[in-house]
Design a protein. Structure first.
Length: 117
């Protein structure tokens, strides 16, 4: 399985960005997918997760601003990020949860999002 994220960039506070993550493999629809981020000097944290059933979960810091979605036909998961803040600056990683849906078994290489104030 390979995950390739795209869509990062430099934006001003208040702007929006949409990240995309294209996955290889035949059974994308059966797996939970997630977005994580790692800011400079900080640990990687979960941002959002979407279940194979479509249910979604968000970190409190992004709830109401970010939306995770998936297109199983395109084997792609998205992260729509609105009202971006400087504290959202981080490398964002796409991830696939394993079949037990307890931990991540595949990571994408990351895409940098920089939000200027």
């Amino acid at each position: 399985v390979q995950l390739q994220a795209s869509g990062g960039g430099l934006v001003q506070a208040g702007a929006f960005l949409t990240l995309s993550c294209a996955a290889s493999g035949r059974t994308f629809s059966s797996y939970d997918m997630g977005w994580f981020r790692q800011a400079p000097g900080k640990e990687r944290e979960s941002v959002a997760r979407i279940r194979w059933t479509g249910g979604s979960y968000y970190a409190d810091s992004v709830k109401g601003r970010f939306t995770i979605s998936r297109d199983n036909a395109k084997k792609t998961v998205y992260l729509q990020m609105n009202s971006l803040k400087p504290e959202d600056t981080a490398v964002y990683y796409c991830a696939r949860y394993d079949g037990n849906r307890r931990s991540v078994d595949y990571w994408g290489p990351g895409t940098l999002v920089t939000v200027s104030s």
